[in-house]
Each structure stands twice: as C-alpha cells, then as structure tokens.
Design a protein. Sequence first.
Length: 284
Amino acid sequence: MVEIILDPSIRDWVVLPMVIIFGCSAMVRHYVTLLLKNEKMASVEQLTPMNTVKRAQITRVNSKFISPDAFAMRRHYFTASQKKDGLKGALREKVKSEAMNQMMNPNSMLEMMKGNMTFMVSNFVMMGLMSYFFGGFVLAKVPFSLTQKFKMMLQRGIELNTLDVSYVSSVSWYFLVSFGMRGFLSLILGEKSASDDTKAMQMQMGMGAGPNMAFDAPKVYKQERVSLRLHNHDWALEFAEKKLLGEPIPKKPKTSTASASCSSTTTTTTEKRSSKYTKISKRK
C-alpha cells in the first residue's frame, strides 16, 4: 500500500472549509424548511379519540389506587356493550381511522414532498460544489487500520487500488461530515432540528408507502378494550392501615375511662378550691 504525506494546508483550506460550508448549508436548510412548513391545528374530532385512549390507559395503569367498585364502574364506562348492557362504552364509539384520512389527503403528501425537495436540492448543490472545488483530494487519514470493505465508503472519487484504506477522499468526507454533525446541529438549532439528514432519508425512502405513524383509532380502541377486560385489579390501599401502623393496629382509648378520669380530676380540683376557701374564712 502507498503511504502519502498530507500537506497541512489541506486541513486549513479543504477540511475545515468543508465543515463550515456544510454547517451553514444545514442551517439554511433548517430555516427554509421552517418557512415552507404549515402549522396544522388539530380539530376536536382528531383529539377526542386520542384523549379517550389516554384516559383509559391512565385508569388501567393507576387502578391500584382506587377501590374495586370504582374500577368496575370506570371499566364499564369504557367497555360497555350496547347489546349486553344497553349502553355503548366510550371505547365502542365509531371513529374514523386517521391513517386512511391522511392517505386520501393531498396536503399531507405535499408536506412530505416539501421536506424531501429541500433535502434533495441542498444535497445535489452541495455535492456539485464539493466535487467541483475539492474533487480528487485526499483529505485525512483514519488513525486505525481498516479492511478492504471500507475502501468504497472512504475513497469515493479516487480510483487507486494501491492506496491505503485509511485515507479519506473529499466526497467520502462530505458524507461523514453530513452524518457526523447531527449532534452539533441539534445543539445549535435544538433537538427538533428540521435539518436532520437521517430523518429526511427515511422520509424519502418511505414516501411511497405513505404515512406509517398515523393514529388508527379503531385498532387502538379494540386493543385498549381487551386490555381493560383482562386487567386484574389489585387494590394497593386495602391494607394501608396495617402497612402504616403495623400489626396489631393500636386501639383508641375507651370513652368511659376518659370520662371517669375527667370527672375525678374535676372533683379533686373543686375539693382543693373548697378547702382553700374554708382556711381563708377561719383566719378571718
């Protein structure tokens, strides 16, 4: 394998400028995506099924803090049947699937196309600039040895079979920087950065399949009904007194003894006062 001594000026005039240019382009893409993004206000019809499922989940998870009768009433409220109970439960209401609505809604597909277009256009422009200005450069060397399988990944644009695999070309450096600066960009732009390349590539690859993360209300309703029916209620506060006070539980003092003690104390105080009064009267 051929060993190459890299000029330090390559670091100053190629490596660092590529990092700066990519960071600036990612920030520009982030703000362009925010400008093209339309804020959607969720309607009451969309929020009602989600809130119903959330209430049922909270009831099932925190059921140990309520009595068995209270849990049975809440379970009946969510899972009651029209035929058996004469009342339709909250999880038996007829709702539309949001996944089908999004697949038939052209606005959701338009939003995905906007995000993909900003990613594709910026990526094509940056790739053209990098290949035009820095094409054929060997920029860096990995400080550890690699196998020949990494040659296509690290040495794109350089057709040298005798070159060591640890050297990195300009095109490969661009891809490494684009995926390696994700944490840096999230630190500057925030965790919910619109310029995340991995998310953009996932959107681009899954565009033909449609939105997979939509809320399927009928399916979730059925799953939650089954979970509530099969849930085994265990009341955690049934023996709370024994857990807090121990066994046996200390008993309260009887009222008769307390009244007798109070009467005895009152009689003694009255006797003392009467004796003092008689002594004072005799002295006079």
